[in-house]
Design a binder for this molecule. Structure first.
Ligand code: NAP
Length: 240
């Protein structure tokens, strides 16, 4: 039976691949992001629904909740993929601004929709957060890793709260994933080679690598996997 899937950040990169993977499996998919044009293009390509919104804004999150409730009623899978390192995207330079910006981009965009939508989750539902290897080993002095790390205990507590409803909550922590907008054009050949060299697999990750892992976590076979951090980074977190 077709499930209802909500993917934040579903217009580009990892979120887009996740949305496409569920749509290919016959599920109904709604994608959320700020840029309406980007989102509508992605939704059109997979036969999904575009819900443009800034997920760091409670009023916009409430509008998304109302739209989802009206259109679908319940939700089976919520994938929180919206995020990114705001310090890569020309944000303001002070410490307060940098940390606040990454808090909004990575914590609020996951926590606000999750809190707004948790009561809409159907029994046996799934919540997946896209974190990062940076939450486990740092992010070269930026506030990105610490903000992703904040999602981990939040996910553990949520797993405890939703477990009695048969809902699992997990975190996926990718390493370097290419073919996304994450680095905003700042990736050099040298940096890419260094990131690939950290892996045991000898390659960059792809959005499809993450999408397949999320799809598995949302499958009935993963029903006893909850409150976990699943790393998709070719072993890079262990170092070389
Ligand atoms: N690429 C990597 O190497 C890598 C590694 C580890 C973890 N990650 C994580 O993977 C997730 C997906 O990133 P990506 O690599 O696929 O990069 P991406 O292509 O830049 O995707 C990020 C998405 O988040 C959306 N977004 C950002 N802020 C938002 C907001 N306030 N409200 C709604 N949507 C928002 C963006 O859409 P709009 O700009 O249109 O809002 C965009 O579609 C992120 O959480 C990122 O931190 C990426």
């Amino acid at each position: 039976m077709a499930r209802t899937i909500v993917v934040s950040g579903g217009g580009t990169g990892i979120g887009r691949a996740v949305a496409a993977r569920f749509a290919a499996g016959g599920d109904r998919v709604a994608v959320v992001g700020r840029r309406a044009g980007v989102l509508e293009k992605a939704a059109g390509e997979i036969g999904g629904t575009a819900l443009p919104a800034d997920l760091a804004d409670p009023a916009e999150v409430e509008r998304v909740r109302a739209g989802l409730a009206e259109r679908f009623g319940g939700i089976d899978v919520l994938v929180n993929a919206a995020g990114g390192n705001a310090e890569y995207h020309g944000g303001p330079g002070g410490v307060l601004e940098q940390w606040t910006s990454n808090f909004r981009t990575n914590v609020l965009t996951s926590v606000l929709p999750t809190e707004a939508l948790r009561d809409l989750l159907n029994p046996s539902g799934r919540v997946v957060f896209i974190s990062s290897v940076a939450a486990l080993r740092g992010s070269r002095g930026t506030s990105y890793g610490p903000m992703k790390a904040a999602l981990h205990p939040y996910a553990f507590d949520l797993a405890a709260a939703l477990g009695p409803r048969g809902i699992t909550v997990n975190v996926v922590a990718p390493g370097y994933i290419e073919d996304t907008e994450f680095f905003g054009g700042s990736m050099s050949d040298e940096r890419r080679a260094a990131l690939v060299a950290q892996t045991h697999t000898g390659r960059a990750g792809t959005p499809g690598d993450v999408a397949e892992t999320v799809h598995w976590l949302a499958s009935p076979g993963a029903g006893h996997v909850t409150a976990q951090i699943v790393q998709v980074n070719g072993g890079a977190e262990r170092g070389r």
